[in-house]
Design a protein. Structure first.
Length: 278
């Protein structure tokens, strides 16, 4: 056995000595080409299998286009009464976990933008540093569901109707501003993010759980090729977009210092921890 191992090692060493850069380059190109062919074949099979479904999607979008803000709000109004029950299983291994991970860092006077039905309340129970809570949303039906949960909060809590593009609060009003599936549900997310920063106190936190295009370019391109993200009918079905570029939104926001960004689930979910500098 020792003789065999010695011979094998010598063969490998001799082969390595004769390998040139173009041998390695050829190997890389060959592997890349084979992998690309495999992915293309898988994609073609996927499109073939779901051809009827994709044709119906295209026909729907061709006729109706993407929903307006008013139409998206109507989607939320329709979903509101059964929203918590409908997403409970879907979010139990995803969004609920991410909220608990991130929002345990909330403290002081807290503002939640796009509070929806109040699905962040459970995550906020992990900390005893929340002094007060204000939740805002543009949709009254969703607010009605959130208000049912306010009485059980161990701190002063209210939920009010407000436009995230122009929050009705003075500058520097809150210690922590949070959002969960917020920017993707707001018509002009960059404006809303600027408003979040404006009402955040210096040294305060902006904590966001968001979904969008994948972090890695190769995953982003693959998902687009398959029609997974963006999904043409996603906004009609869920009310929020699935194709925000979360990192670009953060970079473009003046006055916001991103401390940490973590991704989950193929890189389509973002856990953003940022601060407004002193």
């Amino acid at each position: 056995q020792l003789i065999f191992e010695a011979m094998a090692t010598r063969v490998m060493v001799d082969a390595a000595k004769h390998f040139k850069w173009y041998h390695w380059a050829g190997g890389v190109v060959t592997i890349g080409t084979v992998n690309a062919g495999v992915f293309y074949g898988l994609g073609a099979s996927y499109h073939w299998y779901f051809a009827d479904f994709e044709e119906k999607q295209k026909a729907f979008i061709s006729r109706y286009g993407q929903p307006t803000e008013r139409q998206r709000l109507e989607v939320y109004t329709w979903l509101a009464p059964n929203y918590d029950e409908g997403v409970k299983l879907l979010e139990s291994g995803g969004a609920d976990v991410y909220r608990r991970e991130l929002f345990k860092g909330a403290r002081g006077d807290v503002l939640e933008v796009a509070v929806g039905t109040g699905r962040c309340f459970e995550a906020l129970e992990q900390t005893d540093e929340v002094k007060s809570f204000v939740g805002v949303d543009l949709n009254e039906a969703m607010l009605a569901e959130a208000r049912k949960k306010l009485a059980d909060r161990p701190y002063e809590a209210i939920a009010v109707r407000a436009d995230a593009h122009k929050l009705p609060f003075p500058d520097k009003s809150f210690d922590t501003v949070i959002g969960s599936l917020a920017l993707c549900a707001i018509e002009r997310p960059s404006e809303a993010l600027n408003e979040m920063v404006r009402v955040c106190r210096p040294g305060g936190k902006v904590l966001l759980v968001e979904t969008g295009v994948a972090y890695l370019t190769v995953v982003r391109l693959w998902q687009r090729y398959l029609g997974l993200v963006p999904n043409p009918k996603h906004t009609w079905e869920f009310g929020y977009r699935d194709d925000n570029d979360v990192l670009e939104l953060m970079k473009a926001c003046e006055g916001l210092e991103v401390a940490r960004v973590e991704t989950r689930a193929m890189g389509n979910w973002y856990l953003v921890s940022a601060v407004r500098p002193e």
